[in-house]
Design a protein around this ligand. Structure first.
Ligand code: SF4
Length: 116
């Protein structure tokens, strides 16, 4: 399994930007400007604030979903956040989800969709 290295300036917490993959895509400052910051020298963005409410979580999930090169990841274990990311098709961005848990989440999501 590939080990993902967080950029050194990410704030402590679940979401992080991976080191060295930034193309300055501008998604974070359009979608979630209060959660991301760009380095002073303008070469890398990083998570400067973790989401603290449902609105900020939705903004973060949108960034994870839309950023170039899949550089925004989740290393936490919060089940609601893992579920939210899996539901938006971003289970691969979760460091703590093993392949079989991803399948279980995917299957339970399909089952839920079929019953509605
Ligand atoms: S989301 Fe990724 S590519 Fe876009 S600015 Fe942030 S680190 Fe760079």
């Amino acid at each position: 399994m590939k080990k993902h290295k967080p950029y050194c300036k990410n704030v402590k917490g679940g979401f992080y930007v991976e080191e060295g993959c930034c193309t300055l895509c501008s998604v974070p400052w359009v979608v979630a400007p209060s959660l991301f910051t760009v380095d002073n020298d303008g070469r890398h963005c990083y998570v400067s604030k973790q989401p603290e409410n449902s609105n900020e979580l939705e903004q973060m999930v949108e960034v994870v979903h839309s950023s170039e090169l899949a550089c925004v990841r989740y290393r936490g274990t919060n089940k609601l956040i893992l579920r939210r990311l899996a539901d938006s098709g971003e289970a691969r961005q979760c460091d703590r989800l093993t392949w079989w848990r991803r399948i279980l989440l995917w299957k339970s999501g399909r089952t839920k969709g079929l019953s509605q």
